[in-house]
Design a protein around this ligand. Structure first.
Ligand SMILES: [Zn+2]
Length: 149
């Protein structure tokens, strides 16, 4: 295995060396996964590219209803995540689609002593119920992931 170097900046950032970017065929917006090798002594971390996932809201069809393109994958059928937080994406999408899809959301925070859980509720008078539930589940998972970080 060949090693290449990259130096960490004060902000904790590195530029991924070109040879690595080419090897992983990275492009803007790609998500990297850092797998920490188990074991106390280990100082090894594996980096890999997150492979494209089928959009979980439209199941890869690119549509949320017969004539409505999926708002999550924008009709591509492939789920992509940018750098936005889940709540930001949620408010951006509901603002954009409030009129056309009747999309609205509510966030409730539940305290259970030690931790707080953010609970998402979505509603729409235009979309099928299962699509609304799929959207709700998608955002709930993202928010739960962000709360852990
Ligand atoms: Zn989709």
């Amino acid at each position: 295995m060949k090693s290449v170097k990259a130096t960490l900046t004060v902000k904790g950032q590195v530029t991924i060396p070109k040879v690595v970017r080419e090897h992983l065929q990275l492009k803007n917006g790609d998500v990297l996964l850092f797998d920490i090798k188990k074991g106390e002594e280990s100082k090894e971390v594996f980096i890999k590219k997150e492979e494209n996932r089928e959009c979980c809201v439209c199941q890869g069809s690119g549509k949320m209803a017969s004539k409505v393109p999926c708002v999550i994958c924008e009709g591509s059928g492939v789920e992509k995540r940018g750098t936005e937080t889940a709540v930001y994406t949620l408010s951006r999408l509901t603002n954009k689609y409030k009129k056309d899809l009747g999309l609205n959301y509510q966030i409730t925070s539940l305290e259970d002593g030690e931790s707080t859980k953010m609970l998402i509720r979505l509603s729409s008078d235009q979309l099928p119920q299962e699509t609304v539930q799929a959207l709700e589940k998608y955002f709930q998972i993202r928010i739960d992931e962000e709360m852990v970080e």
